[in-house]
Design a protein around this ligand. Structure first.
Ligand code: AMP
Length: 389
């Protein structure tokens, strides 16, 4: 069990809070503040409990060097203008940081500069972890999206700290994924889409041990259809994965898991050219599949509405193009209206549910794409395991 911040005594302590402020910036302006908003509950809680709040995050991929465009300084300005008072120090380790932390009064908040300006962060180097430890009495993780990585601020530092807790955001993620992995209400359906089978093999294999039904969409559906002997025209296919798909079917049969694949398609002669509806599972030689068709949506709808738990990762088609977005958006709407625990993870499916407004009705929209997939695949994450030690 991870301990929640609610059980902690923060008064007078230096509380290192790993947040995810990896927000999009354009010309130094924050263009989407969702991640900041999501962290506020934990930050305010520690502040009210009179902790000295030290916020630490990464931003982008500066690859271990100071690069101005990846500075968290504009994020500090944005927070000061829009949310709460935060101090900023233009480094994340060293004397300057120790001094800034020493100056903090109870309930004050300090944001450190980008952790990834040091190679030690991503490489989890001992020296870097020891430096972070110098400013930490209590550790809090509220950055689910990086909890699958053994980075210093997510893994090495908490290993060195005795008192460690999950923030509210992380706790919510853990609650949903533990329920999904340990005692899901059944039937349990998983919808998998996106570009490649190869990216998701591990997850599919783990899901077969966990779910009752799997619904395939997106480009990866065509590798499944090709394996089943259907014509897929010019659709994207991973021939080297046909053997994997064969093993997936074999395992699914052994476990009694049903796999559903598209029965009709929205196609085009070229990538995102003029749209052609194909009311058949077979795709003519001159076309490629870019979205699931109406009959498939209906088939998936009838099956999914019987499910009591649904996990969704990956779009059903090239949803960035309106002509090939219907399958993805219909799935989003359908999930908003069924009586089931629905967990959506993965960047594209999350943006689809947000665009349709379905996110407000869903049980849980995960904040971590890679992290949520790895949680399902491995059944645990290093950044969460370390909080249990
Ligand atoms: P992923 O990152 O694996 O979840 O893949 C998401 C991407 O897959 C999106 O950018 C979609 O446009 C793309 N995609 C989904 N369906 C298809 C398809 N039928 N053909 C080509 N690309 C697709």
């Amino acid at each position: 069990m991870v301990k929640s911040v609610e059980s902690a005594n923060f008064e007078g302590k230096r509380v290192f809070v790993r947040v995810d402020f990896n927000v999009p910036l354009k010309d130094g302006i924050v263009t989407d503040d969702t991640r900041i908003r999501e962290a506020i509950k934990t930050i305010e809680f520690i502040k009210e409990k009179k902790g000295k709040v030290i916020l630490a995050s990464h931003l982008g991929r500066p690859k271990g060097e100071f690069k101005k465009e990846f500075s968290l300084n504009p994020v500090a300005d944005y927070i000061n203008s829009n949310f709460f008072k935060v101090k900023f120090v233009d480094d994340c380790i060293g004397e300057k940081v120790v001094n800034a932390v020493n100056e903090l009064k109870n309930g004050e908040i300090l944001l450190l500069e980008n952790l990834r300006f040091y190679k030690g962060e991503e490489k989890n180097l001992d020296d870097f972890c020891d430096e972070l430890k110098k400013i930490t009495d209590v550790y809090v993780n509220d950055a689910f999206g990086t909890s699958h990585r053994k980075h210093a601020s997510v893994y090495g530092l908490p290993r060195r700290v005795e008192e460690k807790y999950a923030g509210f955001l992380l706790q919510k993620e853990v609650n949903y994924f533990e329920k999904l992995l340990q005692s899901p209400d059944r039937p349990f359906g998983a919808i998998l889409g996106g570009a490649k089978v190869s990216d998701k093999i591990g997850v599919i294999e783990s899901l077969i041990n966990l779910v009752d039904k799997i619904f395939i969409g997106g480009a990866m559906a065509y590798t499944f259809l090709k394996y089943k002997g259907y014509s897929i025209g010019k659709s994207l296919v991973e021939d080297e994965q046909l053997e994997t798909v064969k093993n997936i079917y074999k395992k699914a049969e052994e476990e009694g898991v049903e796999i559903f694949t598209p029965v009709d398609h929205v196609c085009s002669a070229e990538f995102c050219g003029e749209k052609e509806i194909i009311n058949d599972v077979n795709i003519p030689d001159n076309l490629m599949g870019l979205d699931i068709g109406e009959k498939t949506i209906e088939l998936y709808r009838s099956q999914l509405s019987k499910c009591k738990t649904v996990l969704w990762n990956g779009p059903m088609g090239v949803f960035e193009d309106e002509r090939y977005s219907k399958g993805t958006f219909e799935i989003a709407n359908l999930l908003a209206n069924i009586d089931a625990v629905v967990v959506v993870g993965g960047g594209d499916s999350v943006s689809a549910v947000k665009k349709t407004g379905a996110d407000k009705k869903l049980s849980h929209v995960s904040t971590g794409g890679g992290a949520s997939l790895e949680y399902i695949e491995l059944g645990h994450l290093p950044g969460i395991d370390v909080l249990k030690e």
